[in-house]
Design a protein around this ligand. Structure first.
Ligand SMILES: *Cc1c(COP(=O)(O)O)cnc(C)c1O
Length: 390
């Protein structure tokens, strides 16, 4: 008996689904060096350009001098330090919720929140296109798990009729591979009508959406009552690393008691919390970053539409170009790379079969001239695609 890993790997290659990791040899930003090649990148999630910001770096360095490097223990033992606590207080204030709890990353925040809130005898209802971490969390919870049609409140309502026990409705705020936003007001209405709780993972909305970067709940003007469980991640627009859950006193205390991915892990380095405190300050105060980003989004959409590219229904920094066939998507990505541009091809199972795409992401660190370079390169490469003539 043996594991036939090579057959699995060969099958993945044959399906054009094999993944490679580009080796980044520079800090994150629009101009990167990857595998020794200088490239203009449109694929990171550093939407506000804070991942390599001098003030954030300085806060990290000072934090390391003051607090050392390692968290040293879990939060419940002796790893919960003053910078972690200060960051939680700042995030609670930022989100307008009574409390916030810091997690090591978004994947763990999602696993922790869902599994702490529902279990056997309960129900978890999720959007079909939710992030993998949310789907995994639902399965791991042991609750009855069902996926409703994408962003469809009527489909959710039908499933709510059959729900048993405590019911948690879970959605991405901004869908990570499509860039469209969830109809959170409608989902909240359905959930509330049935006494269910709504959990929104706004990994891609914080910093980018809302007048002060407050994300999807600020965009729609929704309160704690509408979205009792709000998740944010710190590795995207915040430019650092980590995640948080914001909500009521009872929610946060429950997570501290019952969320296993919170309890059984070492706290993040305190210096990282110092860096995130600085990036939160910049995210809230430097409105020009969001304004510039929104101008770039408009410029890209207008240019791409003129060219006849198939964009998705998105006003967020995630602006995918739908290709369909995986091999074609990879080819287009390679052609762009040959012209000095890095845009990742996203293939199944990350997206549905036949839904391969180039996932263009824009950042406030890009210039209008750089977006124009991307549009010019797409204009050169797109017509050579076979699927385009189908
Ligand atoms: C990136 C992402 C996560 C995971 O967050 P990490 O901090 O990177 O682990 C969770 N949910 C969504 C929607 C994401 O896009």
């Amino acid at each position: 008996m043996s594991f036939d890993l090579s057959a699995r790997l060969a099958a993945r290659r044959a399906d054009n689904l094999y993944r490679h990791r580009p080796l980044l040899e520079s800090p994150q930003g629009p101009q990167v060096v990857v595998d020794g090649q200088p490239l203009l990148a449109f694929c990171n999630n550093d939407y506000l350009g804070l991942a390599n910001h001098p003030q954030v770096i300085e806060a990290w360095q000072q934090g390391a001098s003051r607090w050392g490097v390692g968290g040293g223990a879990s939060h419940l033992v002796i790893g919960h330090s003053r910078p972690h606590h200060a960051l939680e207080e700042a995030l609670a204030e930022f989100t307008g919720r009574p409390r916030a709890l810091l997690f090591s990353n978004g994947y763990m925040a999602n696993l922790g929140a869902v599994t702490a809130l529902v279990g056997q005898g309960d129900t978890v209802l999720e959007d079909r296109l939710n992030h993998a971490s949310l789907l995994d969390a639902g399965l791991l919870s042991g609750a009855r798990f069902s996926r409703y049609l994408h962003n469809d409140a009527a489909s959710l309502a039908k499933r709510l009729e059959k729900a048993v026990g405590n019911t948690l409705v879970v959605t991405d705020g901004v869908f990570s591979m499509d860039g469209n936003v969830a109809d959170v007001p409608a989902l909240a209405r359905e959930a509330k009508a049935k006494g269910a709780w709504l959990m929104v993972d706004d990994a891609h909305g914080f910093g980018a959406l809302g007048a002060t970067g407050g994300g999807i709940v600020e965009h729609f003007g929704l309160g704690l009552d509408d979205v009792p469980v709000l998740i944010g991640t710190l590795g995207k627009a915040f430019g650092t690393s980590g995640a948080f859950v914001a909500g009521s006193e009872a929610l946060i205390e429950s997570l501290i008691q019952f969320a296993r991915p919170y309890i059984y892990t070492t706290s993040q380095p305190p210096a990282l919390a110092c860096a995130t405190l600085k990036s939160l300050e910049l995210l809230r105060s430097e409105h020009w970053r969001r304004e510039h980003l929104n101008r770039l989004i408009g410029q890209f959409r207008q240019g791409a539409e003129q060219m006849g590219l198939q964009l998705m229904d998105s006003f967020t920094p995630i602006q995918p170009i739908l290709v369909g066939d995986s091999a074609q998507a990879v080819r287009l990505s390679q052609q762009l790379r040959a012209r000095g541009l890095l845009v990742t091809a996203i293939r199944p199972p990350t997206v549905p079969a036949g839904g391969a795409r180039l996932r263009v992401t824009l950042s406030a660190a890009h210039t209008e001239a750089q977006v124009q370079l991307l549009l010019n390169a797409l204009n050169d490469c797109w017509p050579t695609l076979e699927s385009n003539h189908a």
